[in-house]
Design a binder for this molecule. Structure first.
Ligand SMILES: Cc1cc2nc3c(=O)[nH]c(=O)nc-3n(C[C@H](O)[C@H](O)[C@H](O)COP(=O)(O)OP(=O)(O)OC[C@H]3O[C@@H](n4cnc5c(N)ncnc54)[C@H](O)[C@@H]3O)c2cc1C
Length: 304
């Protein structure tokens, strides 16, 4: 949390702390996929990469990616390209990047990054939990639409590191006439909560919500949802930054992107975006040596 606040305190041109006005699929991903398709790119969904094929001896010079073994609905295909970008999360990167590549320190370090469990809890209330004016009367006032703290919030006094009232920050999707706050609270790292039943987790989070906003005392959630992710973002403990890999790698044609890779931001949506931009720069830098890779690979296979 300190890292985040130091960042916002020192970078005056940083992104504004805000939520998307709509689902990420519509507001974040669609413009990107539209752009990629308009440029002639193709996006293959529900297609998993099973193996990275390569030539050369890991740890030495001249190691080069020669293709990717992909599967879609059980059908396998080897895809060959001039450049390959693995834009994965930490658990995905550990699974996919070939184990022998750990002979390179750059890939070995990734294994020091440990994914932590994250739990997202949503609680719907019959009032406005974060309304700080007029005490309980303000909280219960349903006559004037959504009101309260309209931003992403952080607290050191609760087990959830950050939270927001989605009915306020993202009303297009989450404000419902006649209903109140939809608090979304993210528990991370959530190790101690993982074994608990969902009811218990929701009850504990509700208790902490009321301790942060005492004027909401007496109000009970009308609905809740609990989503557990066993391994997600890496544990951002002090000293972990040195283990984040650069977007360019010692393996020819292989590039990394993803918010866990080295960039100024923490593991976040902004970090993922920035890593993509840095990665694109590294691909462009290497471009003169990348062209013709597919043809060269095909010729080598024919010769063999
Ligand atoms: C509960 C929760 C709340 C969060 N809240 C916020 C927030 O409010 N603000 C914020 O900025 N960030 C937030 N984050 C963090 C943010 O979601 C991540 O930092 C961001 O999504 C990382 O993007 P990415 O593209 O690097 O990786 P991801 O979004 O993790 O994408 C990696 C993708 O690679 C896929 N993959 C893995 N292996 C393979 C394979 N072999 N073949 C094909 N695909 C594969 C995975 O399925 C995944 O879809 C939150 C994260 C969580 C879990």
């Amino acid at each position: 949390m300190l890292t985040i606040f130091q960042f916002f305190a020192t970078k005056t041109d940083a992104s504004v702390l805000r939520m998307l006005n709509g689902s990420p699929a519509d507001r974040l991903l669609k413009p990107i996929t539209d752009y990629v398709r308009a440029k002639g790119g193709r996006i293959h969904l529900r297609t998993g990469c099973r193996e990275i094929l390569y030539s050369g001896t890991p740890g030495g010079p001249g190691v080069e990616v020669t293709g990717l073994r992909m599967t879609k609905a059980g059908v396998e295909e080897v895809v060959r390209a001039d450049a390959y970008v693995a834009a994965l999360d930490v658990p995905g990167a550990k699974r996919l990047l070939p184990t022998p590549w750990r002979a390179f320190p750059e890939f070995d370090k990734i294994h020091s990054l440990v994914g932590v469990p994250v739990i997202t809890v949503q609680l719907r209330y019959p009032g406005w939990v974060t309304e700080l004016k007029d005490g309980a009367a303000g909280v219960r006032d349903m006559s004037r639409g959504a009101h309260g703290l309209d931003n992403l919030l952080y607290s050191a006094d609760a087990d959830f590191s950050c939270f927001a009232d989605l009915a306020l920050v993202s009303p297009k999707e989450y404000y419902k006439e006649g209903e109140g706050s939809l608090l979304q609270c993210v528990l991370t790292p959530a190790d101690s909560y993982m074994p608990l039943p969902n009811e218990e987790i929701a009850a504990r989070v509700h208790k902490q919500v009321v301790s942060l906003f005492p004027s909401a005392a007496g109000m009970e959630p009308t609905w809740h949802s609990v989503v557990k992710i066993a391994q997600s973002l890496y544990r951002e403990a002090p000293g972990m930054d040195v283990y984040r890999p650069d977007q360019a790698t010692p393996v020819a044609r292989m590039f990394l992107a993803g918010s866990y890779t080295k960039q100024d931001y923490i593991d976040s949506m902004e970090g993922a975006t920035l890593s993509g931009r840095l990665c694109a720069g590294k691909v462009l830098d290497a471009a003169p040596g990348l062209a013709g890779g597919v043809k060269r690979e095909a010729a080598a296979r024919v010769a063999a």
